[in-house]
Design a protein around this ligand. Structure first.
Ligand SMILES: [Zn+2]
Length: 343
C-alpha cells in the first residue's frame, strides 16, 4: 500500500470535490479536460492551481512532490509548461484569438513536465467562436496536454464543450462555517453573520464584500429605502453612484460594484416578502431590522413588495447591459418611492 496522497486539503468546505479529484488521480482516471464549476469565491481557482501542480509534477501521479524541478519551477511561478488564461481586464468575453494562441502553445513539446497544463478561467464567458475553436483541442489534445477549465455555471457553456470534460462541482459552504472563518479574521460578530449569508456561503465573496464595507452600506441603504419619499430619490442616486465609484477602479469595476450594492436592495425586499408571507418564523438577512420590516410589510400588499424586488432586479440587469446608470437609478428610486406610501 502506498501512502495515501492528500491534496487540495487547504480548500475549506470542498472536501467532496477534493475527494473526487483524489480518487480520479489515484486510479489514473482523471480526464485530460476537467471543468471545475461553482460560485466565485469558494476556491475554484485555488483548486485548479493545486491540480495543475499535481499534473506538472514529474515524480508522482497523485500529488505534487514539491521537490522535483517541475514542482520547484511551478512554485516559483516560472513553469514554462504552465499557462493560465481568462478574460483580459476591461474586456467582457474570452475571444477566439486567445484560444488560437493557446492552441499554438499547446502544439509545442513541453520543456520539463510530461505535458503542458492550461488553466482556463471564465469558461462561461467564452464566445461561441472561441468555444467551437477550443472544441477541436478538447477532442484531440496535442501530446499529453491537460486542460483545467473554471466556470461559474454550466448554463452558458456549449454542451459540446461540457460533454468533453470531467465535471467537478464546488459548492457554497454552510453559512456558519463562513461566519466562523470571518470571525477568526477579526470581523465583528454581526457583520460576519450577515456577510456569511449575503455571500451565499462563499468565503471569497464574503471577504470581498467585507472589503467594500458592505455591512455598513447595507444598514444605511435599508434605512433610507424604508423611509424613501419621492423628493429623496435623486439624492439616493447621487449617493449610490459615489459609493460605486469609491469601490471600483475602472468603469467596469464600478458597474459591477453598483450591481452588488443594488443587490442589497433586492435582499431587503426579499426579506420584506419573507416576513409578509411567513410572519413569525421567516429567516431574514437583515435580522437587526426585523421589527421595522414587519411593520413596513404589514401596511403594504405583498404584490407591491414583490413588484419592488422586480424593479431592483430589472435595474441590475440594465446596468449590466451598460445602460446610463444615473437614468436607471433615478427611474428605480422614483418608482420605489411612488409605491412606498402605505396602502
Ligand atoms: Zn514534483
Amino acid at each position: 500500500m502506498g501512502v495515501r496522497a492528500v491534496t487540495f486539503g487547504d480548500i475549506a468546505g470542498q472536501e467532496r470535490a477534493a475527494a473526487l479529484l483524489n480518487a480520479s488521480l489515484r486510479r489514473g482516471m482523471l480526464s485530460h479536460a476537467c471543468l471545475l464549476v461553482g460560485p466565485p469565491g469558494v476556491g475554484r481557482l485555488g483548486m485548479a492551481r493545486e491540480l495543475a501542480a499535481v499534473l506538472l509534477c514529474t515524480q508522482s501521479d497523485e500529488k505534487a512532490c514539491g521537490r522535483c524541478e517541475s514542482c520547484r519551477l511551478y512554485r516559483k511561478g516560472a513553469h514554462p509548461d504552465y499557462e493560465e488564461v481568462g478574460v483580459p481586464e476591461g474586456k467582457q468575453k474570452l475571444l477566439i484569438d486567445l484560444i488560437r494562441t493557446l492552441q499554438e502553445t499547446a502544439a509545442v513539446k513541453p520543456h520539463v513536465a510530461r505535458g503542458r497544463v492550461f488553466v482556463v478561467r471564465d469558461t462561461e464567458r467564452m464566445s461561441i467562436e472561441a468555444a467551437n475553436c477550443f472544441l477541436k483541442t478538447l477532442e484531440e489534445p496535442p501530446g499529453e496536454c491537460r486542460f483545467i477549465l473554471v466556470a461559474g455555471s454550466l448554463w452558458d457553456i456549449p454542451p459540446t464543450v461540457v460533454s468533453r470534460c470531467q465535471i467537478i462541482k464546488l459548492s457554497g459552504l454552510a453559512p456558519a462555517r463562513v461566519e466562523e472563518a470571518l470571525r477568526a479574521e477579526g470581523v465583528q460578530q454581526e457583520d460576519a453573520w450577515w456577510l456569511a449569508r449575503r455571500s451565499w456561503g462563499s468565503p471569497g465573496l464574503a471577504r470581498a464584500l467585507g472589503d467594500m464595507a458592505l455591512p455598513a452600506f447595507n444598514r444605511e441603504l435599508c434605512g433610507r429605502l424604508l423611509k424613501l419619499e419621492p423628493k429623496g430619490a435623486f439624492a439616493l442616486t447621487d449617493w449610490l453612484c459615489a459609493e460605486a465609484d469609491g469601490a471600483g477602479r475602472s468603469s467596469a469595476d464600478a458597474r459591477a460594484a453598483l450591481q452588488e450594492l443594488l443587490e442589497c436592495a433586492a435582499v431587503l425586499y426579499r426579506d420584506l416578502a419573507a416576513v409578509a408571507v411567513a410572519s413569525g418564523e421567516a429567516e431574514v438577512f437583515n435580522r437587526d431590522l426585523e421589527d421595522t420590516l414587519r411593520e413596513f410589510a404589514s401596511r403594504r400588499p405583498l404584490d407591491s413588495i414583490i413588484e419592488r424586488a422586480d424593479r431592483v432586479f430589472e435595474t441590475i440587469e440594465r446596468i449590466g447591459a451598460n445602460a446610463n446608470r444615473r437614468l436607471a437609478l433615478d427611474d428605480l428610486f422614483v418608482s420605489l418611492a411612488a409605491t412606498s406610501s402605505p396602502a
